[in-house]
Design a protein around this ligand. Structure first.
Ligand SMILES: NC(=O)c1ccc[n+]([C@@H]2O[C@H](COP(=O)([O-])OP(=O)(O)OC[C@H]3O[C@@H](n4cnc5c(N)ncnc54)[C@H](OP(=O)(O)O)[C@@H]3O)[C@@H](O)[C@H]2O)c1
Length: 370
């Protein structure tokens, strides 16, 4: 069958081509800037590495013997998360790595290597599956029982499932992992982050790893019930929708932090295109097409981890909340991602849904349901 008549053409390639035609001039400028690695207002650009950003960010901070910051990084058993964990640990940040049960061995190996390389590294591995409410609750209760502070939460784990599958709680798996699981994790750790921020006087930071793919989402296809249980499934659409939800989550939570005068920020990032495990479920024509389209644009893992580290640690992002970053600079997200009503609606729906499933109040703060 010719490519023109395949569902992939209508669902993925055509929207991308339409988007490219409509945004030709700004895209050309952005492409040149990206390929040349030209620095933006932050002084960083597409070629900046995570090592560079973290070393610059922490240079001004005194280095006590004990870890001065504690961070949870989800999805740190491979890809971008592993690089973020490495750079943070190298620079004296205590890193908590939640790992899937089947990956605990891999996580322990990662820890061993990091401790071998950086003797002072402090890494704590704990089991967590973002596809299970019970597992997230267990992880949070174990973490909270350690009595450690929490300065940084990096919601980085992600998947792009090629088939319609459901989580333990009967939620479409890409949406469950990328968005709902992180939503619950964040809610359960909010009080701890706010308490740490007020006791330490250091701004708490949450980073939601989103993607430029959020721009492909059409408002009429973005409905909470369908995201939980889609009538028809397309892996690219499901991924893009989950990433839009992640961005809207950051927008709404930023508004809530501001209303509560909490010394905590939350932002979303697009890391760039990096050849990692996230693409393992893409096969055939789509994989070839994506590879050909992106080969010149691919970043190294260290470049891909830079924006998340910039938002999590840089003094230049102090006080910035509810923003979207790429290549270590604030950038524009889609108009749907900027829609405050949509963000509040999604937050309320998600909160009510999780609460009804858990049959207990979620978090201790005023939920501002409307
Ligand atoms: N790579 C890119 O080009 C790109 C572009 C835009 C956005 N992103 C985003 O960047 C983030 C990091 O992705 P990556 O590229 O580094 O991909 P990756 O190498 O596949 O890493 C994803 C991580 O998430 C973990 N994970 C998957 N399902 C999980 C679950 N149910 N519970 C807990 N952890 C789970 C994986 O654990 P296992 O190792 O056990 O599978 C892995 O550590 C994702 O949010 C992705 O959407 C990536």
């Amino acid at each position: 069958m010719s490519l023109i008549y395949t569902p992939i053409w209508f669902s993925t390639i055509l929207p991308i081509l339409q988007y490219m035609v409509l945004n030709f001039v700004p895209m050309m400028k952005a492409t040149i800037r990206y390929l040349a690695g030209i620095a933006g207002p932050s002084g960083y650009g597409s070629k900046t590495t995570a090592d560079q950003v973290v070393e610059d960010s922490l240079r001004s901070m005194p280095r006590p013997s004990a870890p001065h910051l504690t961070a949870i990084v989800t999805g740190a058993t491979s890809g971008l998360g592993a690089e973020i964990a490495r750079v943070l640990a190298k620079n004296g940040v205590r890193v908590i790595i939640p790992a899937l049960y089947r990956e605990l061995g891999k996580a322990e190996e990662l820890k061993e290597n990091l401790v071998k390389e950086y003797q002072e590294a402090e890494i704590i591995i704990s089991e967590m599956d973002l596809c299970s409410f019970a597992s997230i609750q267990r992880f949070c209760s174990d973490f909270l029982s350690l009595g450690l502070p929490l300065h940084i939460l990096i919601n980085n784990a992600g998947i792009m499932s090629n088939k319609l599958k459901f989580s333990e709680d009967n939620i479409e798996q890409t949406f469950a992992t990328n968005y709902i699981g992180h939503f619950l994790l964040t809610e359960m750790l909010l009080e701890k982050i706010m308490e740490t921020a007020s006791e330490s006087g250091k701004e708490g930071r949450i980073v939601n790893v989103s993607s430029v793919a959020h721009k492909w989402v059409d408002a009429k296809n973005f409905s909470f019930d369908k995201l939980l249980n889609p009538e028809s499934y397309n892996q690219h659409r499901a991924y893009a929708q989950s990433k839009l939800a992640t961005l809207l989550h950051a927008k709404e939570l930023a508004r809530q932090f501001k209303a509560r005068k909490a010394n905590v920020t939350i932002n979303a990032v697009h890391p760039g295109a990096i050849k990692t495990g996230i693409f393992k479920d893409i096969n055939g024509i789509t994989a070839d097409f994506l590879y050909i389209m992106t080969i010149k644009f691919l970043k190294s893992t260290s470049q891909g981890a830079a924006t998340t580290c910039y938002v999590a640690l840089s003094p230049m992002t102090t006080g910035l909340s509810g923003k979207y970053f790429a290549d270590c600079n604030e950038t524009q997200c889609s108009s749907l991602a900027n829609d405050e009503t949509e963000a509040r609606k999604l937050w309320n729906q998600t909160h009510a849904f999780i609460q009804s499933r858990l049959l207990q109040p979620l978090g201790q703060h005023d939920t501002n349901l409307s």
